[in-house]
Design a protein around this ligand. Structure first.
Ligand code: FMN
Length: 379
């Protein structure tokens, strides 16, 4: 199937699985340990069912929303997902371009593979920067400064990665711990000549981190399994708040008390997230945390949810339960892997059309009409 003919995100996932070497697809698709949280994210969304309003004139509808103060075509943020350059040549840039064309914000990961400055110049649109905090703090500080200088409006601090989750698919493929591939992975790579010619020959690297490390350092040795600072704590969040003038989001919150603490430090929003089931396995889903967090901080800060969003109706559910926006992780990456910028755009178009359909079928004309009474939880 061509990506142009994809009808839903699962179609794009299937195309991505064919196009990518197994080690890359497993990295994108997989989660940690038994992948309970990975599948739990999908289950959490499926448990909510609509009680639609009927006989409402829905002839004029609009999926537009405001995301962290900026207008967006729909209430979503694309990314942050690291290593997009493995899914498509210059993948981060193409993903940012697709986001800008669709009119939704793009969040560049610390471990993205395009320069932040190039993303600003060649994609534009509403940009966010996601910071991981390295053991070597000066690298993180320098990256944040560059994001600020390049006009990124929002800083996302990811807090659910004190150590890496145990991603067993990556250990099996040889991607972890140190990209030493067994023969089976090497043979599988050779069975994907189009990927080798387009992506591998381009030598995707962590170009932003590399620039800060300076000459004489191998970035692949630096960006490894134990690279992030496990001592990251609330005092650090205060420090980021003091130094970052734009919007600040804390990503990786799953409890109302943590959300309240973040708000008391002055964050502009929290992202309820389990990192797409890639970190703590058996963690609850962001959606499960949403009602409790909304009760605690609604009106004081934005609430963003992620995990398992594969349908426009999933976006509608999160918004109806009190989120201002959702983060899309894998859905646009499947599109990117299936067809580059156009494939990522296809993923966003599919979701936007499904969201529009969901609005109509639930008796809503706008995102603002989505409310908790439209949903019921089935066990
Ligand atoms: C391939 C991949 C790479 C990711 N890289 C990052 C990252 O660099 N920083 C981060 O904060 N989250 C990262 N995440 C987590 C996503 O931002 C998001 O929380 C998660 O993917 C949402 O779940 P979903 O993929 O089911 O939509 C990554 C997720 C995936 C799938």
């Amino acid at each position: 199937m061509k990506f142009q003919n994809a009808v839903n995100i699962e179609d794009l996932r299937k195309i991505a699985r064919k196009r990518l070497p197994k080690f890359v697809f497993s990295y994108v698709d997989g989660g940690s340990e038994d992948e309970r949280t990975l599948s739990g994210n999908l289950d959490a969304l499926a448990r909510w069912r609509f009680k639609p309003r009927t006989l409402i004139d829905v002839s004029a509808r609009d999926t537009a929303a405001t995301v962290m103060g900026a207008p967006a075509r729909m209430p979503v943020i694309v990314g942050p997902t690291g290593l997009n350059g493995l899914s498509w040549r210059n993948g981060d840039l193409e993903m940012a371009q697709a986001s800008a064309i669709m009119g939704v914000p793009f969040a560049a990961s610390t471990v993205c593979m395009s320069l932040l400055e190039d993303v600003r110049e060649q994609a534009g649109g509403e940009l966010m920067f996601q910071a991981y905090v390295f053991n070597e703090r000066r690298i993180t500080d320098a990256l944040i400064q560059r994001a600020q200088d390049a006009g990124f409006g929002t800083l996302i601090i990811t807090s659910d990665f004190p150590v890496a989750g145990k991603r067993e698919r990556d250990f099996r493929s040889g991607m972890l711990p140190k990209q030493q591939f067994p023969l089976s992975t090497k043979l599988n790579i050779l069975m994907h000549p189009r990927w080798v010619a387009s992506v591998a020959t381009n030598k995707p690297r962590f170009v932003n981190v590399e620039r800060e490390l300076g000459p004489g350092h191998d970035v692949n040795n630096f960006v490894g399994h134990g690279m992030f600072d496990p001592s990251l704590c609330w005092d650090d969040l205060k420090r980021f708040r003091d130094r970052w003038p734009g919007n600040l989001l804390l990503k990786g919150v799953l409890r109302a008390d943590d959300a309240q603490r973040a708000v008391s430090i002055g964050v502009d929003g929290v992202v309820l997230s389990n990192h797409g089931g890639r970190q703590l396995d058996s963690a609850i889903s962001g959606l499960d945390a949403l009602p409790e967090v909304a009760a605690a901080i609604a009106g004081k800060a934005s609430i963003i949810v992620d995990g398992g969003v594969r349908r426009g109706s999933d976006i509608a559910k999160a918004i109806a339960l009190g989120a201002q926006a959702v983060i899309l992780g894998r859905a646009p990456v499947y599109g990117l892997a299936a067809g580059g910028r156009e494939g990522a755009l296809k993923a966003l178009e599919i979701l936007q059309e499904e969201l529009d359909t969901t609005l109509a079928l639930t008796g809503c004309r706008s995102i603002g009409d989505l409310s908790p009474d439209l949903l019921v939880k089935v066990e």
